[in-house]
Design a protein around this ligand. Sequence first.
Ligand code: PMP
Length: 469
Amino acid sequence: MSPRPALPSSVHAPLPVLGREVLVPLVTGGEVGYAALDYAASAPALQRVWDDVASYAPYYGSVHRGAGYLSQLSTDLFEQSRATVAEFLGCRPGDQVIFTRSTTDSLNLLAAAVPAGTSVFVFETEHHASLLPWRQADVTYLGAPRTPAQAVATLDRALAARALAARAADGPALVCVTGASNVTGELWPVRELAAAAHAHGARIVLDAAQLAPHHPVDIAELDVDWVAFSGHKLYAPFGSGVLAGRADWLRAAEPYLAGGGASRRVARSADGGVDVDWHTTAARHEAGSPNVIGAYAIASACRALTEAGFDLLVEREQALVARVRAGLAEVPEVRVLSLFGDDAPRVGVVSFVVEGWNSSHFAAALSAEYGIGVRDGLFCAHPLLRTLLGAADQEPGECGAPEAAPGELPDPSAGGAPTLNAIRVSFGAGTPDEHVERFVDAVRELVSDGAKWRYRTEDGRCVPDRDQA
Ligand code: PMP
């Protein structure tokens, strides 16, 4: 075994997060501190976010509607949170920041707001939240690129072909791209894709669900038209998300939800219906009672990351990425999934398969025997996973593993257990070095010694076999 590179913990201590003292039982006996290594799904709340929310909670009041002191305070806090997010994202004057439920919600909002006749361009490698909302539009799905430069060239070619076909290219066009893959962690060439889009008169929306928690995102500097992200991946799990960017399409669109808060004036019309004068601000798409706690939590996370020094957090996370990749590289049975190759810049998200192991089995053993929480499945990016796994004929369950027959799993040491899905380990600003070390050691031990327990599939999930006790 080669000597381990020391992790430069001095660069930055992990930011305090909730759950760091939680113990979980091991199937082999005893308890261990939970190693949350599934940040790409949902990151633990920052302690700072939790404390800010707790300090505000007694002052909670209705937003935009009440005359009382706490209502006014809550309304101010909601609007200040909007301003904080605008600053965090480097929004341009005139950009709108709309509070939504999540990235999925933000992208569906934008999809509902694109002008009629818009052509949409999206890579087939996207997360389903970016891939699927555009079905009402004229969508072109672009094939999986194998280098960042190929991604830019593919987009450029597709937009040029559209201009030729339409002769004057008069209808609007929109490109939707991810900033960092939720499967490989690889960074996409956002600035270059934005330049290509704009060169052809198209607009671009950035799915920053995986980028924003790991990397500063500057909307003006990247020159993207919109950015979408989720609070629960940004250490602020209070049911909120953000869509930020150009106001014109949003102002012209029908409100995403019709109802109070989105309307300025409603009156009965002469024909017996109602006439509605809708707001033209962000409120147009925020009908209903706003989630002030969710918005405040996101703003608190934005402040915490900025004040901690985002560049230092990135530097530390990159050391963890290097440690995980080096540790996995020492195990010949492990294949790390990648579109762009080993040298591609990436965030703290690494997916892999282990020869001879079913990924659900491997993930279940990491949990039950080592207290490590990772994810297994196809990560809501089925076309991408099929490309990476080279498996065209799988029938996966939504966001998860292929349907498995109930029963005992084959012993991996006997060989030949099918690898039908992948394992994903992901981490970030709250991850201690020990979690990453434990993960790397556990992978090596599982591969060399096998699982210490027997596992079964139950309701499509792999679980420790209770009968073994
Ligand atoms: N885009 C990417 C790249 C993601 O990783 C995810 C969540 N895994 C989403 C969009 C959707 O985020 P949410 O579930 O918060 O709507």
